[in-house]
Design a protein around this ligand. Structure first.
Ligand SMILES: Cc1cc2nc3c(=O)[nH]c(=O)nc-3n(C[C@H](O)[C@H](O)[C@H](O)COP(=O)(O)O)c2cc1C
Length: 323
C-alpha cells in the first residue's frame, strides 16, 4: 500500500466549502497539509459529471477524496476512479448526520453497522494501492459508550483499516440539524485518545473544536494527527501557524505573496468561465484579526457580484488592510 507521508495536519472535508478553489488556496499556504474534498456520493461520481464533482488541480496533491455511500461495489468502483485520477487517499464518511444522507443509508448512521463499514473498507482497499481511511464520530444516538466505539473500531481494524479520523463527539440522528450536530453533542477527546492507547499500531487523527496552537499541541501528545475544519475556514493563515508548529517543511511566502498567487489562479479560472464571487469565499478570512479585515471582507462580498469578471476587486480589497 502507498502511504500518505504526513498525517499530522489536515483540513477537514466541508461540503460547499473545501471545493477545489479552496483547496488550491490552502495548498499555497502549506505545501504539506493534507487536504480533503467535500463529501461526494458514489452516484454523483458514477453517473454524474465526473470532472465537475471530483476534478482537481495537480497542485492540490496530497489530496484525499471523501466518499459518501454504502454500496460495496460502487465504493470500490469510486475508489478505483480516485486512484486513477491521482488522489492520494480515499476516505469514507461515517459522520454526516443529515436526513438526506440517512435516507441513503450512509454517513453517521453507518456507525450502527460496523460489519457493513468493514465490508466497504475491505472492498475499497482490495481495489486500490492508495490508503483507504474512515472518518467517524465517537458514537450515534444511545450507542455512545466507549465499549461500543471500541467495538466499532475493532471490527474495521480487523478488515485491515489502519487509519481512523475521529470527530470526537457523537451524532444525534433525529432532532438536530447538521450544524447543531457539530455543536450540541459535547466533545469527548478521551475516546480517540483511549483508542490510541489500546491500539498504538493504529494511526488516530482527532477532529473537532481544535482552534489554537495550544489545543493542537495537546492533541499531538495523545494521538498521531489533527484535522481542523471551521477554524481554518475562518482564519486560513492558522494553517501556516500550525504547519510551523508541527515542524513541517519550512515555507517562507507571506500572506500577500500567497494572495498574489491566488489572484493569478483566479484570473485563469475567470478565463475558464467562473465568476469571482465563488472564488473569493476561501480568502475572506485571510487577514482575520488584522486592522482593516472588516473592510477587506465587505469590499470582496459587495463588489465581486457586481464585477464578476474583474480580478482587481481583490487587489482593491487588499488596500483596506493596513499591515
Ligand atoms: C460547512 C461544513 C460542511 C461539512 N461537510 C462535511 C463533509 O462533507 N464531510 C465530512 O466528513 N464532514 C463535514 N463537515 C464536518 C467537518 O469535517 C468536521 O468534522 C467538523 O466541522 C468538526 O471539526 P471542526 O470543529 O474543526 O470544524 C462539515 C462541516 C462544515 C462546517
Amino acid at each position: 500500500m502507498i502511504t500518505v507521508n504526513n498525517r499530522k495536519l489536515s483540513v477537514a472535508p466541508m461540503l460547499d466549502w473545501t471545493d477545489r478553489h479552496c483547496r488550491y488556496f490552502h495548498r499555497l499556504i502549506s505545501n504539506e497539509v493534507l487536504l480533503y474534498t467535500e463529501m461526494v456520493t458514489c452516484p454523483a461520481i458514477l453517473r454524474g459529471e465526473r470532472e465537475k464533482y471530483i476534478g482537481f488541480s495537480p497542485e492540490e496533491v496530497p489530496v484525499a477524496l471523501q466518499l459518501g455511500g454504502s454500496e460495496v461495489k460502487d465504493l470500490a468502483a469510486c475508489a478505483r476512479i480516485a486512484e486513477d485520477m491521482g488522489y492520494s487517499e480515499v476516505n469514507l464518511n461515517v459522520g454526516c448526520p443529515s436526513d438526506r444522507v440517512q435516507k441513503g443509508r450512509f454517513g453517521a448512521c453507518l456507525m450502527k453497522e460496523p460489519d457493513l463499514v468493514a465490508d466497504c473498507y475491505a472492498a475499497m482497499q482490495q481495489t486500490v494501492q492508495i490508503p483507504v481511511t474512515i472518518k467517524s464520530r465517537i458514537g450515534v444516538d444511545d450507542q455512545d459508550s466507549f465499549e461500543a466505539f471500541a467495538a466499532f473500531i475493532e471490527t474495521i481494524k480487523k478488515a485491515g483499516c489502519e487509519t481512523f479520523i475521529v470527530h470526537a463527539r457523537k451524532a444525534l440522528l433525529k432532532g438536530l440539524s447538521p450544524k447543531q450536530n457539530r455543536k450540541v453533542p459535547p466533545i469527548n477527546y478521551e475516546f480517540p485518545w483511549q483508542i490510541k492507547q489500546h491500539y498504538p499500531e493504529l494511526t488516530v487523527v482527532v477532529n473537532g473544536e481544535i482552534d489554537t496552537v495550544e489545543k493542537a499541541q495537546k492533541q499531538l501528545e495523545n494521538v498521531d494527527g489533527i484535522m481542523i475544519g471551521r477554524a481554518f475556514w475562518n482564519s486560513p493563515w492558522l494553517i501556516r501557524e500550525m504547519h510551523e508548529l508541527l515542524g513541517m517543511k519550512q515555507q517562507t511566502s507571506s500572506r500577500d505573496e500567497v494572495l498574489l498567487s491566488y489572484i493569478d489562479y483566479c484570473q485563469a479560472m475567470l478565463e475558464q468561465g467562473l465568476n469571482l464571487h465563488w472564488l473569493i469565499r476561501p480568502i475572506l478570512g485571510l487577514y482575520h484579526g488584522l486592522p482593516g479585515n472588516k473592510k477587506w471582507k465587505s469590499h470582496l462580498v459587495t463588489e465581486s457580484p457586481r464585477r464578476p469578471k474583474d480580478v482587481s476587486v481583490i487587489r482593491e480589497a487588499r488596500e483596506f488592510v493596513t499591515c
